[in-house]
Design a protein around this ligand. Structure first.
Ligand SMILES: [Zn+2]
Length: 152
């Protein structure tokens, strides 16, 4: 899948965006004054499973994942099974109208911290909030540092 870009932002290869996200990214780059790189957008069950396994590979454990997703039933069901089965379990949750992550409903995207200071990540976060989104800086101090933006 080709990568795409807009005004002051680009998306990594394979990232799926909605039109609302694209419009918001144009505004967010201007508001923050930071060139943005989208590392994750809309996730299918398969891509959400890959993202979770990536967090394990990056050194998180099952309890970290449970905490990250609020220890609610979707993550507790999922993490009771082996990681290689997670794609199928997430798909069965979606079929029941249950979504582990706002990435799966098309309402969240992540902005990479690559090449950015932590201070810049907070600038991006605050700009996203000023535009009416919810935003948090995650994985601070790691190579996976990113701003998670949702409900745009
Ligand atoms: Zn996210």
């Amino acid at each position: 899948m080709p990568s795409e870009s807009g005004i002051g932002w680009s998306a990594r290869s394979g990232v799926v965006l909605t039109d609302r996200m694209r419009a918001f990214l144009d505004l967010l780059s201007r508001e923050s004054g930071v060139t943005l790189v989208v590392s994750s957008g809309v996730r299918s069950a398969t891509s959400q499973a890959s993202a979770l396994r990536g967090k394990l590979a990056a050194g998180n454990d099952i309890e970290d994942l449970r905490d990250l997703y609020g220890r609610r039933s979707p993550i507790m069901e999922l993490t009771g099974h082996p990681p290689e089965t997670w794609g199928a379990i997430l798909a069965s949750q979606v079929a029941r109208g249950v979504y582990l992550s706002d990435h799966m409903t098309g309402h969240a995207f992540d902005l990479s911290g690559d090449g950015h200071s932590t201070a810049e990540m907070y600038v991006i976060r605050d700009a996203a909030r000023s535009l009416g989104a919810e935003a948090i800086v995650e994985d601070i101090g790691t190579e996976n540092m990113h701003v998670h933006v949702e409900e745009v």
